[in-house]
Design a protein around this ligand. Structure first.
Ligand code: SF4
Length: 346
């Protein structure tokens, strides 16, 4: 991908957690939760990041925001909040940003958490929760802050009188709306949505997804949308990155991914996507076992113990990232030869 129009360009991101043992707490191994991840997100697009639980997608999202410190990597971001005079933006490496710059960067990059129940302080009113970032960043106080909170609540479909209520008085979907309003308070450029609808009923999921799409149009937002379920990202994402055991194994435009998947892991994830057409039969691919431990990953291709197409070479040699053309990348020895089952997009 050309780096001309990126908002965020992540290169070789790693997050290792040391495993310590004994009285001296010596490091005996490393959990490679995120291992050499490259991701570039264009301004105004939604990039879906998908994988099973334990694939490292949430850790990657948090490392990008530096909510946890990355072990290594470069994360170039075009920040409006840091723009100097005469420039629309400043390019900054999030990984090496000072604390002061990081605080300013927080205006540009926000997160929506998975669990709308635990991510809101139960002792604060909705008005205080949504308006808190405005206070912390000294952007608005008093009446000005109150009116901004009203606007934010309206933009997520809540009423002004909801300001005085507490989170427990709201349904799951409404709480997620409050979380979105808080994320919008500082007028961010990038929102990392970490499984924002997984904890909600299916009927509510569609409403929240539609709202996120509307807000993207209205405020020109860019999303990194993390999910374990391809059916959730297929409508909202322009491109999808599939993650397995800390690595991106396939990345391309959403439609291409569903019509021409090239990685066996993508095929397996897609076979689980429900298709609302009784005449359309999909052969479900059962992935045996859990994601292997990132402390001691399998040799060669990490996916080989679960891959129905694995050959001898897969056990011995780790596949390289291959450019299949048209911004389609795949990490598989057999990417050129396999003919995998597509899933019809509805
Ligand atoms: Fe399967 Fe081999 Fe491709 Fe890995 S490299 S996904 S084991 S075919």
């Amino acid at each position: 991908m050309s780096s001309d129009n990126f908002l965020l360009d992540v290169k070789e991101l790693r997050k290792y957690f040391p495993v310590r043992k004994g009285i001296l707490r010596r490091v005996v191994a490393q959990v490679k939760a995120v291992d050499n991840v490259d991701l570039a997100i264009k301004e105004g697009e939604t990039l879906g990041l998908v994988g099973e639980s334990g694939s490292g997608k949430t850790t990657a999202g948090r490392a990008i925001l530096r909510l946890i410190e990355p072990t290594s990597g470069k994360m170039m971001f075009r920040s409006k909040a840091l723009a100097g005079t005469g420039k629309d933006y400043e390019e900054i490496d999030i990984a090496s940003a000072t604390r002061r710059k990081l605080k300013l960067l927080r205006r540009d990059m926000q997160i929506i958490f998975q669990d709308p129940y635990s991510s809101l302080n139960p002792r604060m009113t909705v008005g205080s929760i949504v308006g808190e970032p405005l206070l912390v960043h000294k952007i608005a106080r008093g009446k000005e802050r109150e009116s901004r909170v009203r606007e934010l609540l309206a933009s997520v479909g809540l009423k002004p009188d909801h300001m005085k209520r507490y989170p427990h008085e709201f349904s799951g979907g409404q709480r997620q709306r409050i979380g979105v309003a808080r994320a919008l308070a500082l007028d961010p450029q990038l929102i990392i949505a970490d499984e924002p609808v997984s904890a909600l009923d299916v009927s509510i999921q569609a409403q929240v997804l539609n709202m996120l799409e509307d807000l993207q149009q209205e405020f020109g937002l860019t999303y990194l949308f993390i999910a374990h379920d391809l059916s959730v990202v297929k409508h909202i994402s322009d491109r999808v990155a599939v993650m397995y055991l800390g690595r991106i194994v396939e990345l391309c435009a959403t439609e291409k991914l569903f019509n021409h998947p090239k990685h066996p892991y993508t095929e397996a994830l897609m076979s689980a996507v429900p298709v609302p057409d009784p005449d359309y039969e999909v052969e479900r691919i059962l992935l045996e076992g859990d994601v292997p431990s990132p402390v001691n990953p399998p040799s060669g291709c990490h996916f080989h113990p679960r891959c129905q197409y694995a050959k001898e070479i897969c056990k011995k040699e780790a596949p390289e990232k291959r450019d299949l053309g048209g911004e389609h990348f795949c990490v598989c020895h057999l990417a050129d030869t396999l003919s995998l089952a597509p899933v019809r997009l509805q």
